[in-house]
Design a protein around this ligand. Structure first.
Ligand code: ZN
Length: 253
């Protein structure tokens, strides 16, 4: 019985916790990235992981959050950059930037074991996605919108979850359908530019873009909020995938 109560409590907490893009969001980022990998990168990723389906391991870093042996990784999914500031290592909470840099080095390293590289790749695929969710670069005052209690079509939730999950799920597209739709109007020149960007570029973008997430005049958010924010949501999912492909193509040359 106690175990059962504990399980219910854990599930309740999990639902409210900082999950980053929900599963669909991470899988979309993975699918977009996979579509822009070089042959070489695909081959090396397959050698390391057994396949190069990035969507399949994009949510692992969220799934291990309930595993006590990975408790120390809970603050790897986000960082804090207050309005008007640039990212500064160690100044505020969240290790996402340091971890992205560290995992890139691990994957490039000649000494790292295969197992270490597998973990590094699973995290990298996930964290580059997370950092494109504008509220994963927090302003330092509301835990990335987790403390901003709102309703989504009458259901209690918070601003962070609306961006992680609700806006995406509202469209009722699978991750494969959604990623194909995002790639419909690709601009090859733009994609090459985005692929060249490094982590601080998209961290600072998220810092600047997140203010739009806070623009609403009622606390029960519905269609209007959805329509105003749909293009920002889709831009960030698409850019997340493109930046990830750029990083992986550089690592697996
Ligand atoms: Zn995450």
């Amino acid at each position: 019985m106690i175990k059962f109560v504990k399980l219910i409590l854990t599930l309740g907490l999990l639902k409210q916790s900082i999950l980053a893009w929900g599963s669909t969001g991470h899988r979309i980022v993975g699918k977009v990235a996979e579509s822009y990998l070089t042959k070489n990168a695909k081959m090396q990723i397959k050698k390391l992981m057994g396949h190069h389906d990035l969507s399949r391991f994009s949510v692992w870093a969220d799934q291990i959050k309930s595993d006590p042996t990975w408790k120390h990784a809970n603050n790897w999914h986000w960082c804090t950059v207050p309005d008007g500031e640039s990212y500064q290592k160690g100044k505020h909470g969240g290790l996402a930037v340091e971890k992205v840099k560290e995992f890139i080095l691990t994957l490039k390293s000649k000494q790292a074991t295969k197992e270490k590289k597998q973990i590094a790749l699973k995290f990298l695929v996930h964290l580059i996605g997370d950092l494109h969710q504008p509220l994963h670069v927090g302003n330092g005052s509301d835990r990335g919108g987790n403390d901003v209690k709102l309703q989504w079509f009458g259901e209690s939730t918070n601003l962070h979850s609306i961006w992680d999950t609700e806006l995406i799920d509202h469209q009722k597209l699978s991750y494969t359908e959604y990623s194909s739709y995002l790639m419909l109007d690709e601009d090859r020149g733009q994609i090459r530019n985005w692929q060249a960007d490094s982590v601080l570029v998209y961290v600072h973008e998220s810092r600047d873009l997140r203010n739009q997430c806070y623009e609403y005049d009622k606390t029960n958010l519905k269609w209007e909020y959805f329509y105003v924010n749909k293009s920002l949501l889709e831009q960030r999912l698409f850019q997340g995938g493109i930046r990830l492909s750029g990083e992986l193509n550089r690592i697996f040359k």
